[in-house]
Design a protein around this ligand. Structure first.
Ligand code: GDP
Length: 298
């Protein structure tokens, strides 16, 4: 499948590494666990998540009186899945009148993700509108205009440097009067100036609250999967300035360190809602922990 293909680099690093350990060890000892741990950390699952998974595996091995390393494979898969189980990821905004903000630093794939989501939702028969509130970068406005054109959805934009909250004002009032189902907003995320970012997001949220209080709201942080532990750190920082409801993890097709999806969801407790596994519209997929892990171990 597309998912299996898109995750091939991570699969090569995690599953192949792990299978080599399962076949290379004849007994389950500390060295065995240590090598497993190392492999998971290399795939960017992070220390905390890896430790929790290994602990869980040790318990399962004991409980089931497992002696042969090759029998650990399925137990490890189960441990990874358990580690990611949150309450079911909700995609409420797809079924209600919604305003969705996408935030994230430059280059992570924000504009692209807004474009892909807009295209997919339009295809599902929804009335979609996009707002170019990343007014910091002229290219972002042009790029989003292009995506909107391709997806045949309305776009609200002003010129570079204009007030993002003013763009959002235009967008929410237009969305309301045109009976739009989903308004997707591209925003500028300058993490190096947290105070400004926080103020800007506050202002944007106030405008939405005032002009369109009945809308269901969602704030998605977009993170570049190829940046590994850096993405986790970014998610933490954004979590301090915004009420994040979900994560979009992009560019997993370009990395062997896709384990970061597991680390983010289990360490922050914030659901990964979408993953990017390529540059085409269909390459943004809903994230499902079980499908993800199964794809890694295919
Ligand atoms: P922004 O600055 O956050 O808005 O980032 P952009 O949307 O401009 O994306 C930056 C680059 O990443 C573009 O070249 C995109 O085509 C690319 N990109 C975004 N998502 C993915 C993905 O899932 N896979 C791959 N391979 N490239 C992606």
């Amino acid at each position: 499948s597309k998912l299996v293909q898109g995750l091939s680099k991570t699969r090569n690093s995690i599953a192949h590494g792990i299978d080599a350990i399962f076949s290379g060890f004849s007994s389950i000892d500390d060295d065995f666990y240590e090598e497993l741990e190392e492999t998971l950390i290399m795939a960017d699952l992070g220390i905390n998540t890896t430790t929790a998974i290994i602990e869980n595996l040790r318990e399962k091995v004991k409980e089931n009186k497992i002696k042969d390393p090759s029998e650990c494979r399925q137990l490890l898969i189960n441990s990874m899945m358990e580690q990611m189980q949150l309450s079911e990821n909700a995609y409420d905004f797809e079924t209600r009148k919604s305003v969705v903000l996408l935030i994230g630093v430059n280059g992570v794939g924000k504009t692209t993700s807004v474009g892909k989501l807009a295209g997919q939702m339009k295809e599902q028969g929804k009335k979609v509108m996009v707002a170019a509130a990343d007014t910091f970068r002229a290219a972002a406005i042009e790029q989003l205009t292009e995506w909107a054109h391709r997806a045949n959805v309305d776009i609200i934009a002003q010129k570079e440097g204009s007030d993002p909250a003013a763009v959002i004002y235009d967008a929410v009032t237009a969305a309301k009067s045109r009976n739009v189902d989903i308004l997707l907003c591209d925003t500028a995320g300058r993490l190096h100036n947290k105070k400004n970012l926080m103020e800007e997001l506050k202002k944007i949220n106030r405008v939405i609250e005032r002009e369109y209080p009945e809308a269901y709201r969602e704030t998605l942080v977009v993170l570049d999967g190829t940046t590994g532990q850096n993405a986790l750190a970014q998610a933490k920082e954004f979590n301090e300035v915004a009420d994040i409801t979900g994560i979009v993890l992009t560019k997993l097709d370009g990395t062997a360190k896709g384990g970061i999806a597991i680390a983010i969801q289990s360490e922050l407790g914030i659901p990964v809602k979408y993953i990017g596994i390529g540059e085409k519209i269909d390459d943004l997929q809903k994230f499902n922990a079980n499908d993800f892990i199964n794809a890694l171990f295919q």
